[in-house]
Write a protein that binds this ligand. Structure first.
Ligand SMILES: *Cc1c(COP(=O)(O)O)cnc(C)c1O
Length: 339
């Protein structure tokens, strides 16, 4: 959180290239495929490429950041360990990376967390502490734990090493499709979109970068359009996007390079989840389908363009799997009978 520390230094393309070297020993590149049915859904002569970050070992792109952070720590710092606060994929990323590097890891979650997410973090060997009514209170507790135990506190977005690690997604994308016209990235705290901006500006300056957020939690969107950090209520069902405030570092990077910041509603995100399942044979959690939702909600931005959408994660909770994506969508996007 920006209030806990001085302004963080923005990572550079050199940091991203260094992260790629570090990650080469740990993660293979993820596939990127196109699907005629998604091209047809987009219409307007658009070619859609799906970057499958949902196939990462933790089910989300964030593991690139966690591994990069741990790989960059010296032995003494690693031995003291890391503390994170998160309800979701950031927690699993830190726990996974800490286990890989033999570092102690504490994750603070607000009380009564989603049992599946708590189990996943414990299964990776992290110590789970339940504290606080919301993520802000959990963050304050995490700060105390870090101070008491001499561990490193890891923010969810304002961490240059996390952004540099996540930037390797975009290095891979431009390796796989150098002639891309546009990239669409879902935003919570903004590390993914900031990383996309960083890489596109350096290696593909003609490629446009679009960020997408849920209209039911628009803090990053509103902050970017206003040019200052704003807080907004969180009403979205989409966990990976449930962020109530803009972050300083990611907003600074997006300010320089982002083409536009779009909003979509939660139902459009659920439709996009269904389309990814049906047309791309792939499981996306809500946040993982948000880039496609942005494309389908704003198709004329992408007329006749080659567009990569990042399917950022697959960690849909069981209740989300049972309830959300299948409502109302029948063959070819028509409403299915609800008998
Ligand atoms: C965290 C997350 C996002 C949002 O990424 P930020 O870097 O916080 O903007 C999107 N999708 C998934 C699956 C995530 O876990």
């Amino acid at each position: 959180m920006a209030v806990l520390s001085p302004p963080a230094q923005a990572p550079t393309i050199t940091d991203a290239l260094r992260a790629r070297r570090l990650l080469a020993d740990h993660l293979p590149p993820t596939p990127m495929w196109s699907y005629p049915a998604l091209d047809a859904a987009a219409g307007h002569g658009t070619t859609v490429l799906v970057k499958h970050e949902n196939t990462q070992p933790t089910g989300a792109f964030k593991v690139r950041g966690g591994l990069t952070l741990l790989a960059g720590m010296d032995a003494a710092e690693r031995a003291r360990g890391i503390v994170g606060y998160s309800t979701g994929n950031h927690a699993q990323s830190l726990a996974y990376a800490a286990a890989r590097f033999g570092a102690p890891c504490v994750i603070v979650m607000p009380v009564e967390p989603n049992p599946a997410k708590a189990r996943a973090v414990r299964a990776l060997g992290a110590e789970l502490i339940e504290a606080g009514a919301d993520l802000g209170e959990a963050a304050a507790h995490a700060e105390r734990v870090a101070a008491e135990r001499g561990m490193r506190l890891v923010s969810a977005a304002d961490e240059p090493d996390l952004i540099a690690g996540v930037a390797t997604v975009y290095l891979e994308i431009f390796d796989q499709a150098p002639d891309l016209d546009a990239l669409i990235v879902p935003v919570g705290g903004g590390s993914g979109a900031a990383a996309a901006c960083l890489v596109a500006a350096a290696v593909a300056p003609r490629c446009r970068v679009y960020a997408v957020q849920s209209a039911a939690a628009p803090a990053a969107h509103d902050s970017w359009h206003a040019g200052r950090l704003l807080t907004r209520p969180i009403r979205t069902r989409v966990e990976g996007l449930a962020t109530g405030a803009g972050f300083d570092l990611t907003q600074r990077i997006m300010r320089d390079h982002l083409t536009d910041f779009l909003l979509v509603d939660d139902d459009t995100i659920a439709d996009a989840q269904w389309r990814l399942m049906r047309d791309a044979h792939t499981l996306a959690e809500g946040a993982g389908a948000t880039a496609l939702a942005g494309l389908l909600a704003h198709p004329t931005h992408f007329t006749a363009r080659r567009v990569a959408i990042v399917c950022t994660g697959a960690n849909a909770s069981e209740s989300e799997l049972r309830a959300t994506p299948w409502r109302g969508q029948g063959p070819e996007g028509t409403s299915a009978p609800t008998n």
